[in-house]
Write a new protein. Structure first.
Length: 125
């Protein structure tokens, strides 16, 4: 995956995160319990952070070049968005508490993504 594609994915995910946040604030406020609304808002907040993370990875690849660590970081961030934020969105919209069991997997992927990013931020040999 090249840096332009990663930058586009970051921008697209930022749009989705902002839309999710607005939907939570305006569309769900009177529709779901406060705890579920809080979970949805947490999903949107962390979704946005990792959209910015994708942009950081794309800019880094543009500057330093692509390596396996930065590519892996990209995939882990995307999977983390799907699993962490996606499970919180689904939990809030459906009320199915078992979906919360998926959330830590996404969080773990984000930890791995940031470790890979840090390791990948080195000049090529």
């Amino acid at each position: 995956m090249n840096n332009t594609t990663i930058l586009k994915l970051g921008g697209f995910n930022a749009v989705l995160a902002i839309a999710a946040g607005a939907f939570g604030a305006h569309g769900l406020r009177d529709q779901v319990a406060p705890a579920l609304l809080s979970a949805f808002e947490t999903g949107a907040q962390y979704h946005f952070y990792h959209a910015l993370g994708l942009i950081a990875v794309g800019l880094t690849i543009g500057s330093l070049g692509r390596n396996r660590m930065l590519t892996g970081s990209t995939w882990c961030m995307l999977a983390g968005i799907a699993l962490f934020s996606g499970s919180l969105y689904a939990l809030a919209l459906t009320g199915i508490r078992a979906l919360g069991a998926i959330t830590p997997i996404g969080g773990t992927l984000w930890i791995v993504a940031w470790c890979m990013f840090a390791i990948g931020c080195r000049k090529p040999d």
